[in-house]
Design a protein around this ligand. Structure first.
Ligand code: ATP
Ligand code: MG
Length: 386
């Protein structure tokens, strides 16, 4: 029978820069790892700046590794053979699992200083034992086919592994609070959500839709996007806000050039209210400077001016090509390019104002019953947990 790995080593990242907050961070990450793997019968352990997943069914290993690669706060992951720190036991295990051909090196790291041999001595010892046993193996410290790592830890176990894969990086979700992501069906906003979640925030998503101008398929697309994003942030509450009445009212009462500006100010006001009611500390958008008329600095100023809550724009300095690259990496791109109209494309003016004037905006808005429009939209908002 093939001898298989019995442990996954999880190395957190930036957590250790955080001094006194370290425990908060560790606990948050620990909980997030357990939550991410809640469908598996496993154990998760915490010991000396690392986490370990054990007691898994070997047939689940790849799925578990895939899930762990989406947990923010993890820098690297290795599948490993865990054995008590007994020299002979380690040697026996190594002789069983090592590939039988090729060039190798041994790298021992000894955190447990009572282990009777130094790291160098133990690497040399194991190397010699391997060479004695298998004559198609040779040592090359620099140009090797595989690196046999032996981590001797203070918990009196040795972890034997060959590879280290990259984790998602960032900070554990939840450590930086909760925000409201303005999620359209486009390419940018899901990427913005991913980027900000990576800095440790939980996401709620807010979507404006313009039934009957936009279809059920457009809404389904947004739900599918939220589902993809939820792989990184536990679950997402999606607030679905009917926006048609507001758009029609603006269309009726405001000059075309200012439609988008005023529409976006309404989105912000509604998002601000939802945030206040749900303890969200900022609004996040997928805007990128200069990408379209509503994303010039004066346009951004005019939307921010409508509200008091901070607006985070993680993509502000990104090129479209860079955004698309991330969208492909997180598998939202294929969903975003489905061809259904978004509410913003329903009443698009030919020449939107690229430098909206705040005094004029304020004057135009006097024609609108802002409070009633906002409250009506909020009272017909539905929430779906994704
Ligand atoms: P995206 O690709 O995210 O749709 P975009 O390049 O199409 O962005 P805009 O349509 O100007 O740009 O939207 C800018 C931002 O406003 C979006 O990234 C999103 O955060 C928010 N937004 C736009 N439309 C909606 C909507 N229907 N529901 C919720 N948020 C929206
Ligand atoms: Mg859009």
């Amino acid at each position: 029978m093939e001898y298989s790995v019995n442990c996954i080593i999880i190395r957190p990242g930036e957590l250790f820069l955080k001094g006194k907050n370290k425990f908060l961070f560790e606990n948050c990450l620990f909980d997030n790892i357990k939550y991410a793997l809640k469908d598996y019968d496993i154990s998760v352990l915490k010991s000396q700046n690392r986490f370990y997943v054990e007691n898994f069914n070997i047939s689940d290993l790849n799925n578990i590794l895939n899930i762990l690669q989406k947990v923010f706060g993890i820098t690297t992951i290795s599948e490993a053979y865990k054995v008590p720190i007994d020299k002979d036991l380690i040697k026996e295990t190594v002789l069983k699992i090592i590939p039988k051909k090729g060039k190798f090196r041994v790298t021992t790291k000894r955190a447990y200083k009572q282990f009777p041999m130094s790291s160098m001595e133990f690497s040399a010892y194991l190397g010699a034992e391997i060479l004695k046993t298998y004559n198609e193996l040779s040592v090359d410290l620099f140009d090797y086919d595989f690196n046999l790592n032996i981590d001797i830890r203070e918990n009196k176990f040795a972890y034997i592994f060959f590879e280290t894969i990259k984790g998602a990086g960032g900070l554990p979700v939840g450590i930086s609070g909760k925000v409201g992501l303005l999620l359209s069906g486009g390419i940018d906003s899901p990427v913005a959500g991913y980027m900000i979640a990576k800095r440790g925030v939980e996401l709620k998503a807010i979507h404006f839709y313009s039934f009957p101008y936009t279809s059920d398929l457009a809404l389904l697309k947004v739900k599918d996007l939220a589902k993809k994003l939820s792989e990184y942030v536990k679950s997402i509450d999606l607030y679905i806000v009917p926006f048609t009445a507001i758009q029609e009212e603006i269309h009726k009462k405001c000059p075309e050039a200012y439609m988008i500006t005023i529409m976006r100010r309404f989105m912000m006001r509604i998002a601000e209210k939802i945030s206040q009611n749900n303890d969200l500390s900022a609004i996040v958008t997928g805007e990128s400077l200069g990408q379209v008329a509503s994303q010039t600095i004066p346009s951004i100023a005019s939307t921010d001016n409508a509200i008091n809550i901070p607006v985070l724009r993680p993509l502000i300095a990104f090129d479209k090509i860079e955004i698309i690259e991330i969208a492909k990496k997180i598998n939202t791109y294929e969903i975003s390019i489905r061809p259904y109209q978004d509410c913003c494309t329903v009443f698009v003016p030919e020449k939107p104002a690229i430098k909206p004037k705040l005094e004029l905006v304020a004057k135009l808005e006097e024609e609108l019953d802002i409070e009633t429009l906002v409250n009506d939209a909020i009272s017909s908002t539905t929430i779906e947990t994704i």
